[in-house]
Design a protein around this ligand. Structure first.
Ligand code: PLP
Length: 475
């Protein structure tokens, strides 16, 4: 006789259907209410409570979560949340994400005998096609673009070491000495990755950008490459496809062409800009992406899968394996392609590829092209609304999915902050502050699959209406 006391988890396990019914009803209410959910909650989140001793079961837990935290969640997955670069979740992506937890597979060690790696390899191949990359790029899922940039730079550094005859993954960073990283408008995660990798934030050298642009001046980059040619190792170039302030992109083909005369590793941060490839209007912005040695693409932005998903592509999985291999007798490659446990920072990994697999299966390349085109249309609509008002100055044309704007008169940071706070407190839309070429500004990014031109227009109205609430300038 089994005399272990029955736990609440045992009781819950016996009522899956009741639990899932409750959660499904609850989720349906949240999801259908998303378009009108305030982009900024007016309620503060609950004060912390002590660890529950005996627990209350999943259904009561849901009620507790709802009472304590749910109304303090933002509408960031909704259609008018334009802060940062924020994607939503397509219905199929959410199914994939739920089933990731349901099946709870370990997508790291191939020896685990699961089909998880097959799902991931298929999703990688589909994304490679979707983004118009060639077969020489292999890919692996990581948790976000920061991690994807980190992995790309780690492979790049191993390549530099290879060039000078050092095995950095064995001998350590000091064996290589200082590394130079050249970039026009690098995302902050590049600095973070350099810090984590021990290359140091000061390894980064900013190269001049084109006048009033965030795109790198390729001539200036060529000069910088010549100047670093005397160094002990070749440099890493971080090119950008889609900058967070204005959605600007470097001329990737021209940068790749510099390889004819210069030796460097080319990493492209295409966190959201890589999706330009999907739409005929913008595909030319990423011509040359395929020539990169490593590519970062976020998936929880413009692919609209839930958070915790990005992909890292590289032409050198051999060097990637050298950096990330995990030597343990129980972790031998299952044969064929290396297991993902040897390609990414994690060893045990969630099957995060499943959400991407589901959304690509459900909506295909065409469905996702429409998502990108909606983002482009949203940015054009908002830009048109803002330029029509003499109190506003836009700081770049809507080249992609981002609108960057400021006050026409006296754009001090105090006035910008007051304006942005008034916009965000209104709850209809949400934008984030920035600074462009020394000018305090605001930016709005479109990457949610649900966003219509009407949403963009409503966001524009809210942004302009908030202007009335800030103090006039002294002039
Ligand atoms: C968002 C973003 C990142 C960082 O992505 P996370 O998913 O937040 O880690 C890196 N580069 C660019 C260009 C981005 O837009």
């Amino acid at each position: 006789m089994d005399d272990t006391p029955e736990t609440l988890a045992d009781l819950d396990a016996a009522q899956w259907s009741k639990i899932s019914e409750r959660v499904t009803d609850y989720a349906t209410r949240v999801l259908t209410g998303l378009p009108e959910r305030p982009t900024l909650p007016t309620i503060a989140s609950a004060a912390p409570e002590p660890l529950p001793r005996s627990g209350i079961g999943a259904i009561e837990g849901l009620a507790r979560f709802d009472a304590r935290y749910a109304s303090a969640m933002t509408g960031s997955a909704g259609p008018r949340y334009l802060g940062f670069v924020t994607g939503g979740t397509t219905p199929a992506a959410l199914v994939g994400d739920w089933l990731t937890g349901v099946f709870d597979q370990n997508a790291g060690p191939g020896g685990a005998g699961t089909a998880a790696a097959a799902v991931e390899r298929e999703a990688v191949a589909w994304l490679r096609q979707l983004l118009d990359l060639g077969d020489d790029h292999s890919g692996a899922f990581v948790s976000g673009a920061t991690m994807s940039n980190l992995v790309g730079l780690a492979i790049g550094r191993e390549w530099l070491a290879d060039r000078v005859g050092v095995t950095l993954s064995d001998d350590g960073a000091h064996a290589l000495g200082p590394v130079r990283v050249l970039s026009g408008s690098p995302h902050s995660s590049i600095h973070k990755a350099l810090s984590i990798l021990g290359m140091g934030r000061s390894a980064l050298r900013h190269v001049a950008t084109l006048p009033r642009r965030e795109a790198v001046d390729v001539d200036a980059l060529a000069i910088a490459l010549r100047e670093t040619a005397g160094g002990t190792t070749p440099p890493i170039v971080v090119a950008n496809a889609g900058t967070v302030n204005t959605g600007d992109s470097d001329d990737l083909a021209a940068i790749a062409a510099l390889k004819r005369d210069h030796d460097f590793w080319l990493h492209v941060d295409g966190a959201f800009g890589a999706f330009a490839a999907l739409a005929p209007d913008t595909a030319k912005l990423v011509t040359g992406l395929d020539a990169a040695d490593s590519v970062c693409v976020d998936l929880h932005k413009w692919l609209n899968v839930p958070y915790d998903s990005a992909i890292q592509f590289t032409r050198r999985p051999d060097l990637q394996r050298r950096v990330f291999r995990n030597d343990a007798a129980y972790l031998r490659d299952a044969g064929g392609e290396p297991d993902f446990a040897h390609l990414t920072p994690e060893t045990s990994r969630r099957l995060r590829a499943l959400a991407a697999w589901f959304t690509l299966t459900a909506y295909g390349a065409d469905g996702h092209r429409v998502v990108v085109e909606r983002g482009l249309a949203g940015a054009r609509e908002l830009h048109a609304r803002l330029v029509a008002d003499r109190r506003v100055r836009t700081l770049a044309p809507p080249r992609l999915n981002i609108v960057c704007f400021t006050l026409a008169d006296d754009p001090t940071s105090a006035r910008l902050t007051a304006w942005i706070d008034a916009v965000n407190e209104g709850g209809t839309t949400f934008v984030t502050p920035t600074e462009l070429h020394g000018v305090p500004a605001a930016r709005a990014a479109f990457s949610n699959w649900r966003t219509t031109v009407d949403d963009a227009s409503r966001a524009g109205e809210a942004i302009l209406a908030a202007l009335d609430t800030i103090a006039p300038n002294d002039a």
